[in-house]
Design a protein around this ligand. Sequence first.
Ligand code: NAP
Length: 323
Amino acid sequence: MQYNYCGRSGVQLPKLSLGLWHNFGSVDDFGTATQMLVRAFDAGIVHFDLANNYGPEPGSAEENFGRILRTELQGHRDEMFVSSKAGHDMWAGVYGTGSSRKNLIASCDQSLRRTGLDYFDIFYSHRYDGVTPVEETMEALIQLVRQGKALYVGISKYPPEQQALAYKILQEAHVPCLLSQYRCSLFDRKAQKANFQLAADAGSGIICFSPLAQGLLTGKYNNGIPADSRAAKQSGFLQTSQVTAERVAAARSLQKIAEERGQTLAQMALAWVLSDPRVTSVIIGTSSVAQLDDNLHTLNHLTFSSDELQRMDDIVANPAISF
Ligand SMILES: NC(=O)c1ccc[n+]([C@@H]2O[C@H](COP(=O)([O-])OP(=O)(O)OC[C@H]3O[C@@H](n4cnc5c(N)ncnc54)[C@H](OP(=O)(O)O)[C@@H]3O)[C@@H](O)[C@H]2O)c1
């Protein structure tokens, strides 16, 4: 594994991190989930990304993570970096969602109970909710650090204005923002343009989610929708309507470049996100150990020629591809 320092901090993260949004819930095969987590850890993927609502059922990914940690990975807690988040819909009533202090503090306590952890390495505000003052949300994160429930804090998907304010409040409290989490892939460059430089200037690391556009950037949809794919699953967030002819055509063209490079499309797509020097790590999601192994080979070829980059830019230039 290769590691990067997180912004201006002493924390290193693996270039590939593992996310538990899909494939680790109570509806999923627990044996496969266990194998993926253990294989990832053995390969040096020591950062695991969770959130209160990951499942389904919401919360079950945290429960399964805790179960695997207590059995297969017992004694290794200090070798890993574990995150959780709060902000999206989680429990019934007005306090079970949003970015209020009430939601974040209660949610972190629930997540600690579900995972069985004493503390999270990083706890995020999962989103800016459009209403709660950024000051209130950041004060909740600072409180979690002061209480010892989180070592570091982060923000996810914050629009630029609220992102800049969050950094300022956290810096003034001497609890700097360790990581800023944004969606980024060959099909989605919005955060790269709008948010990355703000994060880099503030000394925050950047960690990217959905680097494979939920599987669209793997070639798996080139000949229709496979029955075991995320788009076909009822619990998957990728809708069949998002598997459009334009995106599939772009994936096919990109795959040709990947083949010339001696890579799979998934490997090339991950390498592209990592080629931005501001990016600390990409969070991958996998549904099998074979996919995990495929993605690990990304690290063997991370650089691009200017010709390759230009050809890739040309392929994704069509706004209909933007995801
Ligand atoms: N902060 C936030 O709001 C936020 C939002 C979303 C995600 N995240 C984090 O980011 C993580 C990753 O997101 P993501 O799951 O959307 O990432 P992704 O890497 O874009 O998509 C993962 C999916 O791609 C397919 N895949 C992966 N490797 C493959 C390979 N080598 N060959 C073929 N198919 C492959 C699998 O789909 P199949 O299931 O079809 O096999 C897998 O489930 C999440 O788990 C979560 O931790 C955070």
